[in-house]
Each structure stands twice: as structure tokens, then as C-alpha cells.
Design a protein around this ligand. Structure first.
Ligand code: DGL
Length: 270
């Protein structure tokens, strides 16, 4: 009974950690495609092909349900996977919807028409591919009206994290927040729309100031997965063995994961 967690690299570990805390008895198999990160500068076909490959590898580990703990893959590939590729008996879920449901104060699965919500000015920080897809705005428009979204493509941040360069990542976060503030001086809420960014949450909060509510996905995704598995227990796959798999160098990736998550994590080759 294992569930798969997929990301282009280290970012999905933020989601993995929250799921493990919420459901400690559920075996999780993590797949980081570190050899091909960042996805955020790739085109949609490329992201689709790499994501399908990673998800198939997780099926081999007995994970019938895979969480795409990657906004870039969720934005650029998920819909195409669900419509054209996914065989019966398998499920792939993204990370966008739980976040938007929280922002728009909805219960899971509430499909009522879009309505006015409290938050009016939202800053979205995400990878260039996620921003270009406009997937966030599309999902938001199904649920809320009158919300002004200003999106900032945060080039370089994922790369700096994958390289283990925290100082560079912090400097880039500060400059991306400044760039966004030139277009939206007073956001009420900020969305960290990339699972790598919670690793830099303190830098985002510091640059944005204490009055901006920063939403990150990890705990929201964990809650919505717990709810999903209660309703659809048949999607807990036959796998039993938790693991961390990477397409990169397992020793280097383990070192960086341990550095950013502040806990020992051992990867093996995917
Ligand atoms: N962490 C991923 C996301 O949530 C991917 C970032 C990347 O590989 O560019 O978007």
C-alpha cells in the first residue's frame, strides 16, 4: 500500500514531509528527476515525456496513485496525462487544486459556481513554465471572481536550490519579490506556486513583510490526499517499501536533501 510522490528534483520533498507527518503509516515512494531539473525552463512536450517516465517508474514500485508534487508538471502535463495517457486503475493528482480551494475558502470537491472571496490581490511566484501555462488563473477562475493575480516567473531559484546554493537562492527570491512589488505594491496573499519554494519560505516572508499571508502547498496537499484516500481507499497501491529514488547522483542528491530538509534522507538510483 504505497503512494508515489513525483517531482523534478528536491522540491517535492516539502510535500513528502507533510504527507509523512499526516499519515505516518502510509509507505511513500519519492521520485526526484534531479538529472533533468529544472523543468520550469522546458517546453510542455518535454515536461510531459519526463513526467510520464517518472510516473511509470513509480507504478513499478507498486504505487497506483501518484501525487505530482510539482506545479510545473501539474500545469504543463497533468491534464494531457489524464485525458490521453493514464490507464484505468491508475490515478495522478496535482498540487494546484488544494491550494486554490484553500485560497478561495472552499471545501474539497465543492463545484458550485465562482463567487467573490475575501482575498482580492494575489501574488503568484512560480517557474517560468507554470506562469506561462496560466493554469493557476484558469483553476482560480472556476472558483472565484474579482481576484487580481500578478504572476512572477522566478527564473534561477530552482536551479540554485538544486545546486545547493542557498545564498544565491535567497538573493534571487529578494529580487523576484521586488520585481513583483513594482507591479503589485500591496499583495494580500502570496502563493508559493513551486514546491521548491517552501525551502526558501523564510526568505519570501522576509521580502514580502509580515502583513502578507504566504500560502504554501505541502500541508494543504497532505490534507486533501488524506481526504481522497478515505473516499477512494482502492487507490492505495500494492507497494510496501518506502524509498527515495533519483535520476541524479544519489550521494549528491542525498546531501542536498539533508541540507535543505534538515533531516537525513538517503536516495538510491531510480
Ligand atoms: N518543484 C517544481 C514545481 O513545483 C519544479 C521546478 C522545476 O523543476 O523547475 O514547479
Amino acid at each position: 500500500m504505497a503512494v508515489g510522490v513525483f517531482d523534478s528534483g528536491l522540491g517535492g520533498l516539502t510535500v513528502h514531509k507533510a504527507i509523512a507527518a499526516r499519515m505516518p503509516e502510509l509507505p511513500l515512494v519519492y521520485y526526484g528527476d534531479n538529472a533533468h531539473a529544472p523543468y520550469g525552463v522546458r517546453d510542455a512536450d518535454d515536461i510531459f515525456a519526463l513526467t510520464c517516465k517518472g510516473v511509470e517508474r513509480l507504478w513499478d514500485e507498486g504505487c497506483d496513485l501518484v501525487i505530482l508534487a510539482c506545479n510545473t508538471a501539474s500545469a504543463a502535463a497533468l491534464r494531457r496525462m489524464q485525458e490521453t495517457w493514464l490507464p484505468p486503475g491508475k490515478r495522478v493528482l496535482g498540487v494546484f487544486v488544494p491550494l486554490i480551494e484553500a485560497l478561495t475558502e472552499r471545501q474539497w470537491g465543492d463545484n458550485s459556481p465562482p463567487r467573490e472571496v475575501a482575498v482580492k490581490h494575489v501574488a503568484l511566484f512560480a517557474t517560468p513554465a507554470t506562469v506561462a501555462s496560466r493554469a493557476f488563473q484558469r483553476e482560480l477562475a472556476f472558483r472565484a471572481i474579482g481576484v487580481d493575480v500578478e504572476a512572477q516567473p522566478c527564473a534561477g531559484v530552482v536551479d540554485a536550490i538544486e545546486q545547493g546554493d542557498e545564498l544565491l537562492a535567497e538573493a534571487l527570491v529578494a529580487s523576484h519579490v521586488e520585481a513583483l512589488r513594482r507591479r503589485m505594491p500591496h499583495p494580500q496573499a502570496a502563493i508559493l506556486g513551486c514546491t521548491h519554494y517552501p525551502l526558501m519560505q523564510a526568505a519570501f516572508q522576509q521580502a514580502l513583510g509580515p502583513d502578507v499571508a504566504v500560502y504554501s502547498q505541502a500541508s494543504l496537499v497532505a490534507e486533501s490526499l488524506a481526504d481522497y484516500l478515505q473516499r477512494r481507499p482502492e487507490f492505495v497501491g500494492p507497494g510496501r517499501r518506502p524509498a527515495f529514488l533519483t535520476t541524479g547522483d544519489p550521494v549528491k542528491v542525498s546531501g542536498k536533501a539533508t541540507q535543505f530538509l534538515r533531516q537525513v534522507i538517503s536516495f538510491q538510483s531510480a
